[in-house]
Design a protein around this ligand. Structure first.
Ligand SMILES: O=C[C@H](O)COP(=O)(O)O
Length: 258
């Protein structure tokens, strides 16, 4: 059986300026330093303006915390005002980049085709995409959440070679549970995450599907993370609001201590 190292990633969204980011990462590093946390991978997805500061801190202090961006341009460079390219993120030694977050899909009209181009841009420049998928409330209420989410997985990974797809991280984030305090029940989250793994097996192979880490995201907190992480197809969490409180995020990272 494949062992998947859990990935706990804090998505700061449009919060924390670069000075606040430094203080926040320092607090995380201090709180996590007294105990070996190799068994869990920790990452922060910071605003673009924070990345250089976070890089300097992580490199300088040799921190185990990984970092990345919340979006990437599908283009490598050129006249795309306001965009940030893969080469720019790679130069900052980002490990991860979130792609297709529901807030990008909703507020920036990102389609599966755009998300797919961004996933490919990430791989082209050595970044690992965290492909975000998940249904809106009306889709869940109509009972189409699995089908909807699997279509986003298939669209996001379209034409991607197995050598790349085997390292993708998929974040299942039901839109109705994001920032609402309404956490998806652990059994409901497991149902969709298992279906995502099944889709990966269908698209590639069971061996590849067993390697891919699938996160749950949506109102994850220290009080519910252990129950979510106990599910066999959930390999981590993509944490929004609760990742802005360093004490709370550390408790989430240490879900096994609960
Ligand atoms: O990327 C993170 C998700 O959007 C979840 O956000 P949340 O933890 O604030 O619900």
């Amino acid at each position: 059986m494949t062992t998947r190292t859990p990935l706990m990633a804090g998505n700061w969204k449009m919060n924390l300026n670069h000075l606040e980011a430094i203080a926040h990462v320092q607090k995380l590093a201090f709180a996590l330093a007294d105990k070996d946390y190799d068994a869990v991978e920790v990452a922060v997805l910071a605003p673009f303006t924070d990345l250089r500061s976070v890089q300097t801190l992580v490199d300088g202090d040799k921190l185990k915390i990984k970092y990345g961006a919340q979006d990437i341009s599908a283009h490598d460079g050129g006249a795309y005002t306001g965009e940030i390219s893969g080469p720019m993120l790679a130069k900052l030694k980002c490990t991860y980049v979130a792609v297709g977050h529901s807030e990008r899909r909703q507020y920036h009209a990102e389609t599966d085709a755009i998300v797919n181009a961004k996933v490919k841009a990430a791989y082209k420049h050595g970044l690992t995409p965290i492909l975000c998928v998940g249904e809106e409330l009306d889709v869940r209420e109509a009972g189409n959440h699995v089908e909807h989410t699997l279509a986003q997985v298939e669209g996001g990974l379209k034409d991607l070679a197995a050598e790349q797809a085997e390292s993708v991280v998929i974040a299942y984030e039901p839109v109705w549970a994001i920032g609402t305090g309404k956490v998806c029940g652990a059994d409901d989250a497991q149902e969709v995450c298992a279906a995502i793994r099944g889709k990966l097996a269908e698209l590639y192979s069971q061996e590849l599907a067993d390697k891919v880490r699938i996160q749950y995201g949506g109102s994850v907190k220290s009080g519910n993370v252990a129950e979510i992480m106990a599910k066999p197809d959930i390999d981590g969490a993509l944490v929004g609001g609760a990742s802005l409180d360093s004490d709370e995020f550390v408790k989430i990272v240490r879900f096994r201590d609960q």
